[in-house]
Design a protein around this ligand. Structure first.
Ligand code: ATP
Length: 318
Protein backbone atom coordinates (compact mmCIF):
# COMPACT_ATOMS: atom_id res chain seq x y z
CA UNK A 1 0.00 0.00 0.00
CA UNK A 2 1.36 3.40 -0.97
CA UNK A 3 -1.15 5.78 0.54
CA UNK A 4 -3.36 5.56 3.67
CA UNK A 5 -6.00 7.94 5.03
CA UNK A 6 -7.13 8.28 8.63
CA UNK A 7 -10.43 9.65 9.91
CA UNK A 8 -12.34 9.98 13.17
CA UNK A 9 -16.07 9.38 13.11
CA UNK A 10 -19.07 9.30 15.46
CA UNK A 11 -18.71 10.68 18.99
CA UNK A 12 -15.27 11.99 19.88
CA UNK A 13 -13.18 10.39 22.60
CA UNK A 14 -10.02 11.44 24.43
CA UNK A 15 -7.09 9.57 22.91
CA UNK A 16 -8.30 9.77 19.31
CA UNK A 17 -5.49 12.23 18.60
CA UNK A 18 -2.89 9.81 19.93
CA UNK A 19 -4.26 7.18 17.52
CA UNK A 20 -4.12 9.62 14.59
CA UNK A 21 -0.55 10.47 15.52
CA UNK A 22 0.42 6.78 15.68
CA UNK A 23 -1.13 6.08 12.28
CA UNK A 24 0.65 9.07 10.75
CA UNK A 25 4.05 8.30 12.24
CA UNK A 26 3.91 4.61 11.42
CA UNK A 27 3.07 5.40 7.80
CA UNK A 28 5.77 8.03 7.47
CA UNK A 29 8.37 5.73 9.01
CA UNK A 30 7.46 3.07 6.45
CA UNK A 31 7.52 5.51 3.52
CA UNK A 32 3.74 5.35 3.03
CA UNK A 33 1.92 8.60 2.17
CA UNK A 34 -0.62 9.48 4.85
CA UNK A 35 -3.61 11.82 4.71
CA UNK A 36 -5.82 13.14 7.47
CA UNK A 37 -9.46 13.11 6.39
CA UNK A 38 -11.45 15.89 8.04
CA UNK A 39 -14.97 15.39 9.49
CA UNK A 40 -15.22 11.62 9.20
CA UNK A 41 -17.11 10.11 6.27
CA UNK A 42 -18.56 13.53 5.44
CA UNK A 43 -15.08 14.88 4.72
CA UNK A 44 -14.23 11.71 2.79
CA UNK A 45 -17.21 12.36 0.54
CA UNK A 46 -16.26 16.01 0.12
CA UNK A 47 -12.59 15.26 -0.50
CA UNK A 48 -11.37 17.14 2.58
CA UNK A 49 -7.91 15.58 2.64
CA UNK A 50 -4.84 16.99 4.20
CA UNK A 51 -1.42 15.42 3.57
CA UNK A 52 0.53 14.78 6.75
CA UNK A 53 4.22 15.42 7.21
CA UNK A 54 6.35 14.80 10.31
CA UNK A 55 5.09 17.99 11.91
CA UNK A 56 1.39 17.58 11.26
CA UNK A 57 0.72 15.60 14.41
CA UNK A 58 3.04 17.59 16.64
CA UNK A 59 1.79 18.27 20.18
CA UNK A 60 -1.47 16.36 19.93
CA UNK A 61 -0.72 13.20 21.91
CA UNK A 62 -1.83 14.94 25.10
CA UNK A 63 -4.83 16.79 23.70
CA UNK A 64 -8.49 15.70 24.00
CA UNK A 65 -11.04 15.84 21.17
CA UNK A 66 -9.93 15.09 17.63
CA UNK A 67 -7.78 17.31 15.43
CA UNK A 68 -9.54 15.77 12.41
CA UNK A 69 -12.99 16.75 13.76
CA UNK A 70 -15.87 14.35 13.66
CA UNK A 71 -19.30 14.43 12.05
CA UNK A 72 -22.42 12.32 11.81
CA UNK A 73 -23.11 11.59 8.14
CA UNK A 74 -25.97 9.09 7.82
CA UNK A 75 -25.91 9.60 4.02
CA UNK A 76 -22.88 7.31 3.97
CA UNK A 77 -25.22 4.31 4.22
CA UNK A 78 -26.17 5.08 0.58
CA UNK A 79 -23.95 3.09 -1.86
CA UNK A 80 -24.00 5.97 -4.36
CA UNK A 81 -22.55 8.35 -1.77
CA UNK A 82 -19.85 5.80 -0.95
CA UNK A 83 -19.02 5.48 -4.68
CA UNK A 84 -18.56 9.24 -4.80
CA UNK A 85 -16.29 9.10 -1.75
CA UNK A 86 -14.18 6.41 -3.43
CA UNK A 87 -13.88 8.67 -6.48
CA UNK A 88 -12.53 11.43 -4.21
CA UNK A 89 -9.96 9.01 -2.82
CA UNK A 90 -8.88 7.96 -6.32
CA UNK A 91 -8.19 11.58 -7.27
CA UNK A 92 -5.29 11.68 -4.80
CA UNK A 93 -4.35 8.00 -5.03
CA UNK A 94 -5.63 7.14 -1.54
CA UNK A 95 -5.81 3.35 -1.36
CA UNK A 96 -6.83 2.42 2.19
CA UNK A 97 -8.32 3.87 5.36
CA UNK A 98 -8.04 3.72 9.13
CA UNK A 99 -11.44 4.50 10.68
CA UNK A 100 -11.39 5.54 14.34
CA UNK A 101 -14.86 5.45 15.89
CA UNK A 102 -17.67 3.39 17.33
CA UNK A 103 -19.77 0.60 15.88
CA UNK A 104 -21.65 2.92 13.47
CA UNK A 105 -18.33 3.92 11.95
CA UNK A 106 -17.40 0.25 11.64
CA UNK A 107 -20.42 -0.27 9.37
CA UNK A 108 -19.06 2.41 7.07
CA UNK A 109 -15.60 0.81 7.18
CA UNK A 110 -16.97 -2.61 6.34
CA UNK A 111 -19.09 -1.35 3.44
CA UNK A 112 -16.10 0.46 1.93
CA UNK A 113 -13.97 -2.67 2.26
CA UNK A 114 -16.62 -4.64 0.37
CA UNK A 115 -16.35 -2.03 -2.40
CA UNK A 116 -12.61 -2.61 -2.72
CA UNK A 117 -11.11 -0.06 -0.32
CA UNK A 118 -9.40 -1.81 2.57
CA UNK A 119 -10.43 -0.30 5.90
CA UNK A 120 -9.32 -1.08 9.44
CA UNK A 121 -11.40 0.06 12.44
CA UNK A 122 -9.97 1.35 15.71
CA UNK A 123 -12.38 1.47 18.67
CA UNK A 124 -12.61 5.12 19.68
CA UNK A 125 -15.51 5.70 22.06
CA UNK A 126 -15.77 6.44 25.77
CA UNK A 127 -18.64 3.96 26.13
CA UNK A 128 -16.53 0.77 25.96
CA UNK A 129 -19.50 -0.74 24.14
CA UNK A 130 -17.54 -2.61 21.49
CA UNK A 131 -17.44 -6.36 22.07
CA UNK A 132 -14.24 -8.41 21.93
CA UNK A 133 -11.90 -5.65 22.99
CA UNK A 134 -11.06 -5.25 26.66
CA UNK A 135 -11.08 -1.48 26.30
CA UNK A 136 -11.93 1.22 23.81
CA UNK A 137 -9.93 4.44 23.45
CA UNK A 138 -11.36 7.16 25.72
CA UNK A 139 -13.00 4.87 28.26
CA UNK A 140 -10.27 5.24 30.87
CA UNK A 141 -10.18 9.04 30.64
CA UNK A 142 -13.97 9.30 30.85
CA UNK A 143 -14.02 6.91 33.79
CA UNK A 144 -11.53 9.07 35.66
CA UNK A 145 -13.58 12.19 34.88
CA UNK A 146 -16.65 10.52 36.36
CA UNK A 147 -14.79 9.37 39.46
CA UNK A 148 -13.47 12.88 39.95
CA UNK A 149 -17.03 14.22 39.73
CA UNK A 150 -18.29 11.58 42.16
CA UNK A 151 -15.56 12.47 44.65
CA UNK A 152 -16.69 16.09 44.54
CA UNK A 153 -20.35 15.13 44.83
CA UNK A 154 -19.48 12.92 47.79
CA UNK A 155 -18.01 15.93 49.63
CA UNK A 156 -21.13 18.01 49.30
CA UNK A 157 -23.47 15.06 49.64
CA UNK A 158 -21.75 14.19 52.92
CA UNK A 159 -21.87 17.77 54.23
CA UNK A 160 -25.60 18.04 53.57
CA UNK A 161 -26.46 14.42 54.35
CA UNK A 162 -28.00 13.97 50.94
CA UNK A 163 -28.53 11.22 48.45
CA UNK A 164 -26.84 12.01 45.13
CA UNK A 165 -27.86 10.47 41.83
CA UNK A 166 -25.41 10.80 38.94
CA UNK A 167 -26.32 9.94 35.35
CA UNK A 168 -23.33 8.91 33.24
CA UNK A 169 -22.82 8.04 29.57
CA UNK A 170 -22.36 4.58 28.09
CA UNK A 171 -25.34 4.32 25.73
CA UNK A 172 -26.59 0.81 26.47
CA UNK A 173 -23.32 -0.31 28.07
CA UNK A 174 -22.92 -0.28 31.87
CA UNK A 175 -19.12 -0.26 31.97
CA UNK A 176 -18.72 3.41 32.87
CA UNK A 177 -21.41 3.24 35.56
CA UNK A 178 -20.23 0.07 37.28
CA UNK A 179 -16.53 0.92 37.18
CA UNK A 180 -17.13 4.48 38.39
CA UNK A 181 -19.49 3.21 41.07
CA UNK A 182 -16.91 0.78 42.39
CA UNK A 183 -14.12 3.34 42.24
CA UNK A 184 -16.15 6.01 44.03
CA UNK A 185 -17.94 3.83 46.56
CA UNK A 186 -21.51 4.15 45.27
CA UNK A 187 -24.32 2.29 47.07
CA UNK A 188 -26.37 1.56 44.00
CA UNK A 189 -25.55 1.09 40.32
CA UNK A 190 -28.27 1.03 37.70
CA UNK A 191 -27.51 -0.14 34.17
CA UNK A 192 -29.28 -2.07 31.43
CA UNK A 193 -27.69 -5.16 32.94
CA UNK A 194 -29.13 -4.63 36.44
CA UNK A 195 -32.48 -3.41 35.09
CA UNK A 196 -34.39 -0.49 36.57
CA UNK A 197 -36.68 -1.13 39.52
CA UNK A 198 -37.59 2.13 41.23
CA UNK A 199 -39.18 0.44 44.24
CA UNK A 200 -36.06 -1.63 44.83
CA UNK A 201 -33.87 1.48 44.73
CA UNK A 202 -36.16 3.28 47.17
CA UNK A 203 -36.21 0.27 49.47
CA UNK A 204 -32.42 0.06 49.47
CA UNK A 205 -32.05 3.76 50.23
CA UNK A 206 -34.62 3.49 53.01
CA UNK A 207 -32.56 0.69 54.52
CA UNK A 208 -29.39 2.78 54.19
CA UNK A 209 -31.03 5.71 55.94
CA UNK A 210 -32.38 3.45 58.67
CA UNK A 211 -28.91 2.02 59.25
CA UNK A 212 -27.78 5.55 60.06
CA UNK A 213 -26.01 6.18 56.76
CA UNK A 214 -25.68 9.89 56.35
CA UNK A 215 -25.43 10.04 52.58
CA UNK A 216 -25.65 7.83 49.54
CA UNK A 217 -24.52 7.78 45.92
CA UNK A 218 -26.45 6.23 43.05
CA UNK A 219 -24.82 5.92 39.59
CA UNK A 220 -27.08 5.29 36.62
CA UNK A 221 -26.44 4.85 32.90
CA UNK A 222 -28.07 7.34 30.51
CA UNK A 223 -31.35 6.63 28.70
CA UNK A 224 -32.75 4.51 31.53
CA UNK A 225 -34.99 7.00 33.32
CA UNK A 226 -35.44 10.70 34.05
CA UNK A 227 -33.05 11.09 36.99
CA UNK A 228 -34.68 14.30 38.20
CA UNK A 229 -38.00 12.49 38.48
CA UNK A 230 -36.26 9.61 40.21
CA UNK A 231 -34.72 12.02 42.73
CA UNK A 232 -38.18 13.44 43.52
CA UNK A 233 -39.64 9.99 44.07
CA UNK A 234 -36.73 8.90 46.27
CA UNK A 235 -37.03 12.02 48.41
CA UNK A 236 -40.79 11.65 48.81
CA UNK A 237 -40.59 7.97 49.69
CA UNK A 238 -37.55 7.96 51.96
CA UNK A 239 -37.25 11.45 53.39
CA UNK A 240 -33.65 11.38 52.16
CA UNK A 241 -32.95 14.79 50.59
CA UNK A 242 -31.97 13.80 47.05
CA UNK A 243 -30.34 15.63 44.16
CA UNK A 244 -29.82 14.40 40.60
CA UNK A 245 -26.94 15.41 38.33
CA UNK A 246 -26.39 14.68 34.66
CA UNK A 247 -22.68 14.78 33.91
CA UNK A 248 -23.11 15.10 30.13
CA UNK A 249 -20.46 16.02 27.61
CA UNK A 250 -17.83 16.81 30.20
CA UNK A 251 -17.21 13.05 30.08
CA UNK A 252 -16.11 13.27 26.47
CA UNK A 253 -13.43 15.90 26.91
CA UNK A 254 -10.15 16.45 28.68
CA UNK A 255 -6.56 15.30 28.43
CA UNK A 256 -6.37 11.63 27.61
CA UNK A 257 -5.12 9.44 30.44
CA UNK A 258 -1.83 7.57 30.11
CA UNK A 259 -3.68 4.29 29.56
CA UNK A 260 -5.73 5.75 26.70
CA UNK A 261 -2.63 7.19 25.05
CA UNK A 262 -0.81 3.85 25.27
CA UNK A 263 -3.80 1.96 23.89
CA UNK A 264 -4.35 4.49 21.09
CA UNK A 265 -0.69 4.51 20.11
CA UNK A 266 -0.47 0.72 19.95
CA UNK A 267 -3.73 0.39 18.05
CA UNK A 268 -2.65 3.01 15.52
CA UNK A 269 0.54 1.08 14.76
CA UNK A 270 -1.39 -2.19 14.43
CA UNK A 271 -3.92 -0.70 12.00
CA UNK A 272 -1.18 0.40 9.61
CA UNK A 273 0.55 -2.98 9.84
CA UNK A 274 -2.70 -4.74 8.91
CA UNK A 275 -3.21 -2.49 5.88
CA UNK A 276 0.38 -3.10 4.87
CA UNK A 277 -0.38 -6.83 4.89
CA UNK A 278 -3.22 -6.12 2.45
CA UNK A 279 -5.95 -6.77 5.02
CA UNK A 280 -9.29 -4.98 5.36
CA UNK A 281 -12.66 -5.33 7.09
CA UNK A 282 -10.93 -5.88 10.42
CA UNK A 283 -10.92 -3.96 13.65
CA UNK A 284 -8.14 -3.67 16.16
CA UNK A 285 -8.84 -5.11 19.63
CA UNK A 286 -7.03 -5.41 22.94
CA UNK A 287 -6.88 -8.80 24.63
CA UNK A 288 -4.94 -8.53 27.88
CA UNK A 289 -1.62 -6.96 26.96
CA UNK A 290 -1.88 -7.99 23.30
CA UNK A 291 -3.12 -5.82 20.44
CA UNK A 292 -4.84 -8.07 17.92
CA UNK A 293 -7.47 -7.92 15.19
CA UNK A 294 -10.85 -9.45 14.43
CA UNK A 295 -13.27 -9.33 11.52
CA UNK A 296 -15.67 -6.41 11.98
CA UNK A 297 -18.50 -8.80 11.07
CA UNK A 298 -17.78 -10.96 14.13
CA UNK A 299 -18.22 -7.93 16.40
CA UNK A 300 -21.66 -7.22 15.01
CA UNK A 301 -22.79 -10.67 16.05
CA UNK A 302 -22.72 -10.01 19.79
CA UNK A 303 -22.95 -7.33 22.44
CA UNK A 304 -20.44 -6.42 25.07
CA UNK A 305 -21.30 -7.82 28.49
CA UNK A 306 -19.88 -6.40 31.67
CA UNK A 307 -18.91 -9.36 33.87
CA UNK A 308 -21.55 -10.18 36.51
CA UNK A 309 -18.73 -10.34 39.08
CA UNK A 310 -18.31 -6.55 38.85
CA UNK A 311 -21.92 -6.04 39.90
CA UNK A 312 -21.60 -8.63 42.66
CA UNK A 313 -18.61 -6.76 44.02
CA UNK A 314 -20.60 -3.52 44.27
CA UNK A 315 -23.11 -5.35 46.48
CA UNK A 316 -20.35 -6.82 48.64
CA UNK A 317 -19.15 -3.35 49.54
CA UNK A 318 -22.51 -1.84 50.24
P1 ATP B 1 -20.30 6.54 18.90
O1 ATP B 1 -20.47 5.17 19.45
O2 ATP B 1 -19.28 7.31 19.62
O3 ATP B 1 -21.59 7.31 18.68
P2 ATP B 1 -20.33 5.65 16.18
O4 ATP B 1 -19.24 5.38 15.21
O5 ATP B 1 -21.17 4.47 16.58
O6 ATP B 1 -19.69 6.36 17.42
P3 ATP B 1 -22.46 6.71 14.50
O7 ATP B 1 -23.02 8.09 14.38
O8 ATP B 1 -23.37 5.58 14.75
O9 ATP B 1 -21.30 6.80 15.59
O10 ATP B 1 -21.68 6.37 13.12
C1 ATP B 1 -20.71 7.27 12.63
C2 ATP B 1 -20.83 7.40 11.14
O11 ATP B 1 -20.59 6.13 10.51
C3 ATP B 1 -22.21 7.82 10.63
O12 ATP B 1 -22.45 9.21 10.77
C4 ATP B 1 -22.10 7.39 9.17
O13 ATP B 1 -21.35 8.31 8.41
C5 ATP B 1 -21.31 6.08 9.26
N1 ATP B 1 -22.23 4.92 9.27
C6 ATP B 1 -23.02 4.50 10.27
N2 ATP B 1 -23.76 3.42 9.91
C7 ATP B 1 -23.43 3.17 8.62
C8 ATP B 1 -23.84 2.16 7.67
N3 ATP B 1 -24.75 1.24 7.96
N4 ATP B 1 -23.25 2.19 6.45
C9 ATP B 1 -22.34 3.12 6.14
N5 ATP B 1 -21.92 4.09 6.99
C10 ATP B 1 -22.45 4.11 8.20
Amino acid sequence: VKSIGVLTSGGDAPGMNAAVRAVARTCLNKGIDVYGVMLGFKGLHEGQFYKFNRHSTRNIINVGGTMLKSARFPEFADPKIREEAIEQMKKIGLEALVVIGGDGSYHGALELTKMGVNCIGIPGTIDNDIPDTDYTIGFDTALNTIVDALDKLRDTSGSHQRCTILEVMGRTCGDLAVNAGLAAGAEIIVTNHTGFDEQKIIEQLRLSKASDKKHAIVVITEHITDVHELAKHVEEATGFETRANVLGHMQRGGRPSARDRVLASRMGIKAVELLEEGKGGLCVVQHGEEIESEPILTLFEHKRQVPQGMYDDVLKLR
